[in-house]
Design a protein around this ligand. Sequence first.
Ligand code: SAM
Length: 349
Amino acid sequence: TRERQDVPHSIMNLIDGFKASKTLFTAAKLKVFDVLNSSDGLTLEEVASQINASVFGTERLLDAAVSLGLLEKQLDSTLPLYRNTEESRRFLVSDSPLSLHGYILHCNDMVWPLFSHLDSAVREGTSQHERAFGKIKKDMFQDVYYSQDDVKMRFMKAMHSIVKVTGKDVAMAFDLSAFETACDIGGCTGAMAYELTDAHPGLLVTVFDLPRVIEMRRHFQPRAHNERVTFVAGDFFKDDLPQADLYILARILHDWSDEKVHVLLNKLSQVCTPGCGLLVSEILLDEERRRPSRALFQALSMTEGKQRSAREYNDLLEKHGFATQEIKYTNNLLDAMLFIKKDSNDKRT
Ligand code: SAM
């Protein structure tokens, strides 16, 4: 049947959008996808008992999840059986290699409360951390994400899960064979570093991040020992950066104002010799700032940072002597740009 033009379907979908998100978040948080993964289908009572929830509530949650295509419901046995879809198996089961579980919990526990204050955020033009969590924010990372161990772990798992899904595409976006050593600035759990060493067998990668992050590195190590990835603790605004001939800035620049980006790029420019590479991985806005919505939604969190287009990144980096070599729109969660440090003679051309 053709979609009726006189019914506001897309607006109705947006009105219900928050209920759909919360259905997904709740099913993930209650580990519905995990319990269903260990069998070939479970009855409602079995799921309810394994997730420790009421049968009444579980039935409504599972049926809503079926309607969203997150679960399948099989009706040809005496009791209906619920099972994961193929996509849920890949991306929602918490220990699957490409699991988004960590990111979903971050969205549920951190982003959701912030967005419930979006009207205040827009009116005031400020982040709502204090209103949502009762904390005073100075440095988002050091004062909010890393002030408590459980929040830190949740944030790190969220970062890790995004890189699991998108890191390979970023690591393989460019020919990096000219580089022998790389430093992933703000490299968090090392997930991108491991992807880079898998994709580029000659490359050695140092992960540089705050001490509170680096101390957790063993929680995120892959099973196979990888001595080509090493970790250095430090503050990228204050401390010396490790030497490398390729630097990675994956989801770093969008967190900071132009002013702070210039501080960091200035430091990078000092350690980079001509020919040095700089790989920036972000969601790239189109030049009219119309898409993708994911980037524009992220901007609504009103941190001091901002979402930028490829041209805006180019303009920022050009001021520090870097020229755009290649841009890759991956059609995954993150895009990538490769810059090369120019000769100091043509630094500001
Ligand atoms: N690059 C990772 C990724 O793509 O998943 C993590 C991105 S996360 C949005 C930003 C990272 O920058 C965090 O790991 C955080 O700890 C790190 N970071 C923030 N401020 C920092 C600082 N002053 N010095 C070093 N690392 C910092």
